[in-house]
Design a binder for this molecule. Structure first.
Ligand code: ZN
Ligand code: ZN
Length: 326
């Protein structure tokens, strides 16, 4: 009895220590090089991310695995920067693009194909897992290829709610939902699915412009105990991350009772202000909080609660859905 109490306390303490040691690591999971349709060599791409305050980048060329060991020998630094292998499995169905990133795959995964989009997504995701990777679906509105129903039916756990490529229709239109509205539809169907922001960068040379697929536009902040492939993949897999196009959270805490966020309080006349929307089933706004410490107390009747934090300069952060206990 005493021993089990001791074990329980030790477990609690070690869980607490692990949580206390966890840090936020900034990374982009979707980037191309000249090994597919990017315009720059892998070392140019990796150097860009290292010089722009990222902790990690995933090289995700179409249907091929760009080797990262040589790059890590030059660019990696313990706790500061790491290159992860990856691939954009580039499948299609009746002409529609069905793309899915495999982060951390050991070998290239050929597109698995199938007779319907949910089946293709499921098969590609399974092949990524079999190769040691964690999958996320790409740009649902590119080519208007993927619907909420198809994503829900595939059983996917991660997909892009924001992608920096100029031709992928993040915002929806013409009666088609935005990627974020697709997220709420999948969540409202009772599926647990996490939202990822990425660059899908292709262009690192020449002028940067809105018409180019340049880097630095969308990323994730992963809460992990250390900057290793294993820790990053595990944290990403369980949804311990948020997505951003420029808003950085000072803190993000979830308890049984509430969500608490802290936003940076900058000083001076250029300091941004924020609007935080706590969003639930069917995309309904459950609460708007304009403070620097937005919070939401669970009622217990929400299917899920997620936060969208908008800065006065247009940048956004999205936290992952929380499923309150009844
Ligand atoms: Zn793609
Ligand atoms: Zn891509």
């Amino acid at each position: 009895m005493r021993r089990s109490l001791f074990c329980f306390l030790a477990m609690l303490l070690s869980a607490h220590a692990a949580a206390a040691q966890a840090r936020w690591f900034r990374g982009n999971t979707h980037t191309h090089t000249i090994n597919s349709d990017g315009d720059s060599a892998p070392d140019t791409v990796v150097r860009w991310y290292r010089e722009h305050h990222y902790h990690f980048v995933v090289l995700s060329d179409h249907d091929s695995l760009t080797p990262v060991d040589g790059l890590n020998a030059v660019f990696a630094a313990p706790g500061k920067f790491l290159v992860l292998p990856g691939e954009e499995v580039t499948d299609r169905f009746e002409g529609a693009p069905v793309h899915l990133i495999g982060i951390g795959v050991r070998e290239a995964v050929p597109p698995q194909g199938g007779t319907a989009i949910p089946e293709i997504l499921t098969r590609d995701a399974r092949a990524v897992r079999a190769a040691g990777g964690v999958p996320h679906i790409n740009h649902p509105n590119f080519g208007w290829a993927l619907t909420a129903g198809q994503i829900a039916a595939s059983g996917a756990r991660h997909f892009e709610i924001w992608n920096g490529h100029p031709l992928i229709n993040n915002h929806g239109g013409g009666g088609s939902p935005s990627a974020e509205e697709i997220w709420d539809k999948v969540l409202s169907a009772g599926r647990v699915i996490f939202g990822v922001a990425t660059d899908d960068a292709h262009h690192f040379s020449g002028e940067f412009s809105a018409a180019q697929a340049n880097p630095g536009r969308g990323w994730i902040m992963v809460r992990a105990t250390d900057l290793s492939a294993a820790a990053l993949l595990a944290a990403f897999d369980r949804g311990d991350f948020y997505s951003s196009t420029g808003v950085e959270l000072k803190s993000y805490e979830v308890s049984d009772r509430e969500i608490r966020i802290e936003l940076p309080r900058e000083i001076g006349y250029t300091a941004p202000r924020y609007r935080t929307f706590f969003i639930g089933k069917d995309g309904a706004v459950l609460k708007q909080d304009n403070s620097f410490a937005p919070s939401y107390q669970f009622q217990g009747t929400e299917l899920y609660v997620r936060a969208r934090i908008e800065s006065s300069n247009g940048a956004i952060a999205w936290t992952q859905p929380v499923f309150p206990k009844k």
